[in-house]
Design a protein around this ligand. Sequence first.
Ligand code: ADP
Ligand code: MG
Length: 244
Amino acid sequence: MSMIEIQAISKWYGSFQVLADCSTHVDKGEVVVVCGPSGSGKSTLIKCVNGLEPFQKGDVIVDGISVANPKTNLPKLRSRVGMVFQHFELFPHLSVMENLTLAQIKVLGRSKAEAAEKGDHYLARVGLASQRDKFPGQLSGGQQQRVAIARALCMDPIAMLFDEPTSALDPEMVGEVLEVMVGLAKDGMTMMVVTHEMGFARSVSSRVVFMDAGRIVEDCATHEFFGNTQARSERAQQFLGKIL
Ligand code: ADP
Ligand code: MG
């Protein structure tokens, strides 16, 4: 069964069509990588999944819930879908532990102690147990991104969305963040990941979605995407030729 079902969504900014009839899905426990040139609509697509961006046509069904249905409680749905962005977006004035517990307390109504227990659990999981009382500004970019991932996990998400989680990092910090993501995938987390890290795509994802100019041009098994060049669109071949 699909955890995320994107059904023919189209979106316009004024007269500019940013997404055109995009359909794909992410099954439970599956990792799907979304790639494509800058401006092709990857971030917009992933934000539509949890209703952070409205769309004018089509629907997204997350765990059986329609994002387009005006009766859907979007904040509640969003609280169940973890999102990690390129720029970590931690609260700079809060400690690492406060970053991890804030939404648990405010949105899920957990007690401070319960939230801190979860926070410590996931902080250890991303290898940052000793950093709980620091402030984001005292951490490296790679550490901040790992905190952002731990923060999302504290909400017990049914799926995780990543939008270029390693693009803003210095090269030596990319590995530590990918390692955390590989661990999540191994544990069966459902993940939709916008990334240009083709090593990650190749070794972890089961499908690759390739976008160009607001359309999903390719949606195929990872081994097909990297394997049979004949089967790939010219645009995807050009893209891979540039980044591989
Ligand atoms: P990607 O993540 O693949 O680089 P985006 O989804 O960020 O692409 O953007 C897709 C297109 O939509 C780009 O041409 C971008 O300029 C345009 N776009 C993004 N956000 C807005 C906005 N708020 N208003 C108008 N155009 C936008
Ligand atoms: Mg983007």
